[in-house]
Ligand binder design. Structure first.
Ligand code: UD1
Ligand code: CA
Length: 459
């Protein structure tokens, strides 16, 4: 196979986004747009990838790392000028170059592969990827002659009323003969409505040089969506969400309301898992099989094993092991490790703490910096007091211990196996194995004294 190269255009500021963040770094389904583009481009195995950076160059390079080479476009003089900046890497080399914009995050590698193949099969000098747009406003229009042969691309701002009615648009993605691309780039000028060097002019230039230029029309306009403003960003997110959700459903995941279910790229979900409405699964999250995730739950960077049930809870950087149940209204914060068949009930917060197999914290607890063994019962309202304002301290609760309701465990303490802490105790010292521990004042009853208090009613 002949050499393949790719140039990703990512130097623009994205004025229409009205943002402090550079356009191509705006996220779709949890990943910057340019990251989506690079990931798809990589799957077509180019020999070299050059990303054109300008605005936010450092941030874009930090995002993509050494997966790409970078050429700086110090001043944004147009897409043609942007491509020209790759000349030190690519000019004069033989092969085919894919040019793609960093703001078209929905294009798939299959489409890019088809473009490469179509281009090669036609022995073309340039092939533009086009689509039929329901509303072509803002896109370059594909001008064909009476035989249907591509003549040129006209930008919205330069189009006559008649040209503007054309609905076949330039997706901003092309395959070029690499040598001819860099030769022709020297010939473009800025005689247009925006005073920019348009990459799109290359088509007409090659055509006038009697080179074969063509268009590869893709079926789906959705895939080609170019994100120039927030409205298009929302639309891109909607389409990507639909694509991701359809994929998971095809793999055997039930979604009660896919339209309100937000799952980021890269999340894995096992089959026969049920996901209710308004669930958000983000980051590096892995969900097992036969899991139930109730409405309004948010799970970020976490592992949820098989047969877990989660009701309206927030889970971050945590592990929930097989058969456990969590919530409603629980909050698992970083480094919570919820063991097999553990029960975490309502209004329980767990942070940097583990609960062993079969343990329970059913109600209104804070479990922080604590290692809890198997089949331990944490009563209602138990607080692990892990912080003195400066330092965190760790406690350990051994198997089968029972911590009574509303106890305060002042970390660090060690409660031995079968240890029993009575309700309402404040525990500051270790509790030995099998010991019963009271850490509370004795109750005193004073006969008749209630009469001295204002609440008293004499009837
Ligand atoms: C461009 C095309 C248009 C096409 C549309 C598809 C041109 C002249 N127009 O228009 O025909 O329908 O894409 O989405 O090419 N960029 C640079 N340096 C620059 C200018 C732009 O790197 O000097 C980058 C931008 O960051 C962006 C991409 O090139 O990623 C496209 O630029 P943008 O300004 O969005 O072009 P459109 O107006 O969308
Ligand atoms: Ca664009």
């Amino acid at each position: 196979m002949e050499n393949r190269y790719a140039i990703i255009l990512a130097a623009g500021k994205g004025t229409r986004m009205k943002s402090k963040l550079y356009k191509v770094l705006h996220e779709v389904a949890g990943k910057p747009m340019v990251e989506h583009v690079l990931t798809q481009v990589e799957k077509t195995h180019p020999d070299e990838i050059v990303t054109i950076v300008g605005h936010g160059a450092e941030a874009v390079e930090a995002q993509l790392g050494d997966r790409s080479k970078y050429a700086l476009q110090a001043e944004q003089l147009g897409t043609g000028h942007a491509v020209l900046q790759a000349k030190d890497f690519l000019a004069g080399k033989s092969g085919t170059t894919l040019v793609i914009s960093g703001d078209t995050p929905l294009l798939t590698w299959e489409t890019l592969q088809n473009l490469f193949e179509y281009h090669a099969s036609r022995h073309s000098s340039a092939t533009v990827l086009t689509a039929e747009a329901p509303d072509p406003t803002g896109y370059g229009r594909i001008i064909r002659d009476h035989l249907g042969i591509v003549e040129k691309i006209v930008e919205q701002k330069d189009a006559t009323a008649e040209e503007a009615r054309i609905t076949e648009i330039n997706t901003g993605t092309y395959a070029f003969d690499n040598k001819l691309l860099f030769e022709s780039l020297e010939k473009i000028d800025t005689n247009n409505a925006q005073g920019e060097y348009y990459l799109t002019d290359i088509i007409e230039i090659l055509k006038n040089d009697d080179k074969t230029v063509g268009a590869f029309r893709m079926d789906s306009f959705d895939e080609s969506l170019g994100v120039n403003d927030r409205k298009a960003l929302a639309e891109a997110n909607r389409i990507m969400r639909e694509r991701i959700n359809n994929y998971h459903m095809s793999q055997g995941v039930t979604m009660i309301d896919p339209a309100s279910t937000y799952i980021e790229v890269g999340v894995e979900i096992g089959n026969d898992t049920i996901i209710e409405a308004d669930v958000r699964l983000k980051g590096k999250t892995v969900i097992g099989s036969d899991v139930f995730i109730g409405s309004n739950s948010e799970i970020v960077d976490s592992t949820i094993e098989d047969k877990v049930k989660i009701y309206q809870s927030v889970i971050e950087e945590s592990v929930v092991r097989t058969g456990a149940d969590v919530g409603p209204f629980a909050h698992l914060r970083p480094k919570a490790d919820i063991g097999e068949n553990v029960h975490i009930g309502n209004f329980v917060e767990v942070k940097q703490a583990s609960l062993g197999k079969g343990s329970k914290a059913g109600h209104l607890s804070y479990v922080g910096n604590t290692t809890i063994g198997k089949e331990v019962n944490i009563g209602a309202g138990v607080i692990f007091v892990n912080y003195d304002g400066k330092n965190k301290f760790d406690s350990q609760i051994d198997d089968h211990a029972f911590i009574g309701s509303n106890a305060n465990i002042i970390n660090p303490v060690h409660v031995g196996k079968n240890g029993l802490v009575t309700a309402g105790s404040t525990i500051t010292e270790d509790v030995p194995e099998d010991a019963l521990s009271f850490g509370r004042a004795r109750q005193v009853n004073k006969d008749g004294r209630a009469k001295n208090y204002p609440h008293y009613k004499n009837d």
